[in-house]
Design a protein around this ligand. Structure first.
Ligand code: ADP
Ligand code: MG
Length: 675
């Protein structure tokens, strides 16, 4: 409606950034690189692009703004289109992996950092852009860090090929502005003075130093929400939890009083005893996201249960109370297992302060930490380690190589990853045939870089395509690219019902191959007359499946384009379809092979020899079949090391591939890298 649009524009005049509008625009004009810093919520993300637009920066090209998180890119674009009074996707648009909402008219484009990285692959000079804004740089996401180095390389010298100069703005909530400025040729720093109200923090007694591997924090957080709701003055609550599963579990627990309401289907009425419960995580549907920003109705307290996304990327007004679980879910390279694993770890102290600060934007607030002071002192590090120093670099190293950055060790990193991580990435790329022994990108590597998927999965997909059976792998890749297909209600009775349905789905394709189960679900739902009803009946997330359908279409488009453009490899195979499917998987997952050790414990074959267990969510969890060799998609570490999405294989299928895990001398690859 007109009034809400007008209001949005008016509101923006009260933001701290507003008074600095003219000076900011001048600062952007004055230098190629600029660092902008200011408290979260001061208006950097939503306002600066509009100021630049008004100042005429879009005459020659677009303004691009990157975000490390997809939800942030989408919601912020929505907000800004509202403030600029245009339809989303026209002047203001967004692009995230597998979802492009831009058009010819788009001049202000919000996107994930991964998307901009892909655009550089297609157009290394970023000729479409007049301004590139890297936002949320303090989060130190892998792609943003790589972009920092690339933009420095590309734009440090005046580029003659461009008809108009580019401006690069780097925005950060706090921290390290000197370091950023020094990195970007000692560029100017613009600071937006913020205002903050005091936040009183209290420690709890529920999580102590011994509880780093327990999942009790979900229940504790719920208890705290109810306590705050019944004993504190009016004001909304923001809860920090770890991920979608934990958030849904917490919401289920909060809803237990009103059992008939299932928020996954009834978005309309989510209140229990005057408490409006709103989950917020990465793959949220947009109609639910919108509600989060709306003021709570009179007499009702809003409670947003969120991941770290609400720490700095999104600002929700009206929050007075923070409940901090003290944990975050992170993808970390785990040296015990020798691969990237998703794990729940204590947050850093600076992160905890950032979380608490969310309560003090508009008035004094309170932060309830469910952990003890001892936990704070003993378990929480001072700062969060940048992602580039703790995750696999395989995909970005391939991107860099394809961009002609041959020496990936001496690339300008803001903080260098350990050399062994780079070597590990080179080794993996060699194993997937993406680079040759001298570290040069192969024909296959050039095909692989086009897919926004994990290189192993891409390898399997390309193998399948060369054998003419890409349909199966396209669906599986799509299913593995979206979050949580299977609903886990938490409630014991409902859980039983869901388990039964899920087992029945797995049984349809033999009951021993989780990849095949994903394929079965995909096909069964796609061919159903009433797919959403089918999902509800089978305890499957309809929303996740809908995205999987769209992802599949997009992967197919990429594949078709490549098949038309380049010499695409062609191979033949005789054998049955089931074997063909699993053999294709082996091509991409031979780095994730495990062999039965004792009982139900398996041992990985990548040289680390880690002992792993099949996750209870796998259809192979309870099976005693003679499983000797298996491949798996990913690893989850809690009190034990679990592997998820598992498939039995035969040793013969990987026999010729396994030596590749050991044969290559990483120093040979790296000596070329140093050339
Ligand atoms: P910063 O980038 O400095 O952290 P933002 O530009 O993200 O600040 O936020 C500025 C203001 O805009 C905040 O008060 C925030 O609540 C508001 N805002 C941002 N997105 C939305 C939205 N989708 N709906 C309503 N308000 C929003
Ligand atoms: Mg911001």
């Amino acid at each position: 409606s007109k009034t809400s649009r007008g209001d949005a524009k008016d509101e923006s005049k009260h933001l701290p950034i507003y008074r600095h509008k003219a000076k900011l625009v001048e600062a952007v004009k004055a230098s190629t690189f600029l660092v902008v810093t200011g408290e979260t919520g001061s208006g950097k993300t939503t306002q600066l692009p509009q100021y630049l637009y008004e100042a005429g920066f879009c005459k020659n090209g677009r303004i691009g703004i990157t975000q490390p998180r997809r939800v942030a890119a989408i919601t912020v674009a929505q907000r800004v289109s509202q403030e600029m009074q245009c339809t989303l996707g026209r002047e203001v648009g967004y692009q995230v992996r597998f979802d492009d909402c831009t058009s010819q008219d788009t001049v202000v484009k919000y996107m994930t950092d991964g998307c901009l990285l892909r655009e550089i692959l297609a157009d290394p000079g970023l000729s479409q852009y007049s301004v590139v804004i890297l936002d949320e740089v303090h989060e130190r996401s892998l792609n943003t860090d790589i972009l920092l180095g690339l933009l420095k390389k590309i734009f440090s010298k005046a580029t003659k090929s461009r008809s108009f100069p580019v401006r690069v703005v780097v925005m950060s909530a706090t921290l390290e502005t000197d370091k950023l400025s020094a990195f970007l040729d000692n560029c100017p720093v613009f600071t937006i003075p913020g205002r903050m109200f005091p936040v009183t923090c209290t420690f709890g007694s529920a999580v102590g130093p011994k509880d780093t591997e327990s999942t009790a924090y979900v229940k504790e957080v719920v208890k705290m929400v109810l306590e705050v709701h019944t004993s504190e003055m009016a004001g909304d609550i923001l809860v920090f939890l770890t991920g979608q599963t934990e958030i849904e579990r917490a919401c289920d627990l909060l809803f237990e009083k009103a059992e008939s309401i299932d928020y996954r289907y009834d978005v309309q009425d989510q209140t229990v005893d005057g408490l409006l419960i709103l989950p917020l995580y990465g793959s949220m549907p947009t109609d639910q996201q919108r509600q989060i920003f709306q003021p709570s109705p009179p007499g009702i307290r809003k409670c947003v249960v969120a991941t770290n996304i609400a720490a700095t990327s999104l600002t929700i007004n009206g929050i007075i109370y923070i409940i901090d679980s003290g944990f975050v879910k992170q993808l970390n390279h785990n040296s015990r297992v020798g691969m990237d694993v998703l794990e729940v770890v204590p947050i850093s102290k600076s992160e905890a302060q950032q979380r608490a600060g969310r309560a003090g934007r508009t008035s004094a607030g309170k932060c309830f930490r469910i952990y003890t002071e001892e936990f704070w002192q003993k378990c929480m590090p001072e700062y969060t380690i940048p992602e580039i120093q703790r995750t696999s670099l395989t995909a970005v190293v391939l991107t860099l190589k394809c961009l002609g950055v041959h020496d990936v060790i001496r690339f300008p990193y803001l903080d260098s990853p350990e050399e062994r991580f780079i070597l590990e990435a080179l080794k993996q790329l060699y194993q997937f045939d993406a680079i040759d022994r001298r570290g040069r990108v192969t024909q296959l590597g050039k095909l692989m870089v086009e897919f926004p998927l994990h290189p192993g999965l891409t390898r399997a997909l390309l193998k399948a395509a060369s054998l003419g059976c890409e349909d199966m792998l396209l669906s599986v890749a799509a299913m593995l690219s979206v979050e949580n297909i299977f609903i886990r209600p938490g409630h014991p009775e409902k859980q039983k019902e869901a388990d039964k349905k899920h087992r029945a789905l797995a049984a349809k394709c033999g009951g021993t191959n989780d990849f095949a189960t994903l394929l079965t679900v995909f096909q069964a739902c796609k061919s159903s007359d009433r797919p959403s009803a089918w999902c509800k009946e089978n305890w499957i997330h309809w929303r996740a499946l809908k995205s999987a359908f769209s992802v599949e279409t997009q992967l197919r488009e990429i594949l078709l384009r490549l098949q038309q453009m380049r010499d695409f490899p062609v191979e033949t195979f005789d054998g049955n379809k089931n074997e063909l499917f699993r053999r294709c998987l082996c091509t991409g997952y031979f780095t994730n092979v495990a062999r039965r050790s004792v009982g139900k414990v398996f041992c990985t074959m990548d040289g680390h020899g880690s002992m792993v267990n099949i996750h209870p969510s796998s259809s192979l969890f309870d099976q005693d079949a003679e499983l000797n060799w298996i491949i798996f998609h990913d690893v989850l570490v809690t009190s034990r090391v679990y592997i998820r999405t598992v498939c039995p294989i035969r040793y013969e299928w990987v026999k010729d591939l396994l030596p590749k895990l050991h044969e290559v001398d990483v120093y040979e690859l790296s000596s070329v890298a140093r050339e």
